[in-house]
Design a protein around this ligand. Structure first.
Ligand code: PHE
Length: 342
């Protein structure tokens, strides 16, 4: 009897150790310790034994029972821990890792036109200019009349534009900010005015109905073309990080006299001629001139005492030159692949 009990114990403990599911362990418990289990069945024959044997076997059977129950419980714990461990290693997520965004640019970034605008603002503020703003919907007065472009002047046709029903217009140039600059400041002063401008324009690779300019105006005593050239050269040197050759050609704008087109030596071919400069070696970059006395008068400034220069820098052209972009329509295309490159 004793031997049978120790054999049951030995076999049970062995199969418990080999077992790897809680359900199987419970089955072992039933098979051995259950009402019809191996051990229970043997113990039923206890009644045929002597009292000494009864008590000895009774004690032993309790030890066996306890050891089997403990072994089952321990093994169950082990199995549960193993399952948990397995899940942890399989389903482990490193929450400190970055996500995988659909676009690498999900964080947002600054548009190349804004980048160049900020750069120009920095350059001019470091030279004592302040930055002015103006509305995109302007009155005829600020956009044309105060700039020496009266009604029916042919210069209006060149900038034919979008009108609102109450006879205001989308500004055609940032020169409207010059007028506001003269109203706000008394000479001497230096201002720049960056902004978006609009024209009724058939679009192609170099024309857009919406583009960006930075206006500049400096009013002081005895301002001459030499001052204008100095500031323009300084600006180009800062932007392109090299000395850029420039030339001035006469250009007509009613609000400057004399007026110029400032060309720069083509940065793509270095001046030898290419498709960007149309084989001329020069690229038209910036209209400018000395402020017309009529404009000064309109702005409440005495032209006998003060003079000044003004310029209107096209930002789209500048970015296109800097990066070799061949179509102005990219800027407003909304194509994320375009803007992502800067
Ligand atoms: N406002 C002019 C344009 O957009 C450019 C310009 C500005 C010319 C200042 C001279 C002086 O065409």
């Amino acid at each position: 009897m004793k031997n049978k009990l120790t054999l049951i114990q030995k076999n049970s403990l062995e199969s418990i150790q080999k077992c790897d599911s809680s359900a199987d362990l419970e089955q072992i418990r039933i098979d051995v310790l259950g009402r019809k289990g191996e051990l229970t069945t043997i113990l039923r024959t206890l009644k045929d034994l002597s009292p000494e044997e009864k008590s000895e076997i009774g004690k032993l059977s309790n030890v066996v029972k306890t050891s089997i129950n403990e072994a089952i419980d321990n093994r169950k714990d082990e199995i549960e821990r193993e399952i948990l461990q397995k899940r942890l290693s399989e389903e482990w997520i490193d929450v400190t890792l970055d996500g995988t965004p659909e676009f690498p640019s999900d964080n947002g970034f600054v548009h190349p036109l804004s980048q160049i605008q900020h750069e120009i603002e920095d350059i001019f503020t470091s030279m004592g200019f302040s930055v002015l703003d103006g509305p995109e919907v302007e009155t005829e007065y600020y956009n044309f009349e105060a700039l020496n472009i009266p009604k029916h002047h042919p210069a209006r046709d060149m900038q034919d534009t979008f009108w609102t029903e109450d006879n205001n217009l989308l500004r055609t140039h940032t020169s409207a900010i010059q007028v506001r600059g003269m109203e706000k400041n008394s000479p001497p002063f230096r201002v720049i005015g960056p902004g978006r401008v609009f024209r009724y324009e058939a679009t192609d690779a170099s024309h857009e109905n919406t583009f960006y300019q930075v206006e500049g105006m400096m009013i002081d005593k005895e301002i001459s073309v030499a001052n204008l050239i100095f500031f323009m050269k300084t600006l180009l040197k800062e932007i392109f990080k090299c000395d850029v050759k420039i030339r001035l050609r006469p250009g007509y704008f009613p609000f400057v006299e004399p007026g110029f087109e400032l060309d720069i030596n083509c940065l793509i071919c270095g001046g030898s001629g290419c498709s960007v400069c149309k084989q001329t070696g020069w690229v038209e970059l910036l209209p400018c001139g000395l402020v017309h006395p009529n404009v000064l008068k309109q702005g409440g400034i005495n032209p006998d005492e003060w003079s000044g220069f003004a310029f209107g820098l096209g930002l789209n052209r500048l970015v296109m030159m800097g990066y070799g972009i061949n179509d102005i329509r990219h800027f407003q295309s909304g194509d994320i692949r375009f803007v992502q490159q800067f």
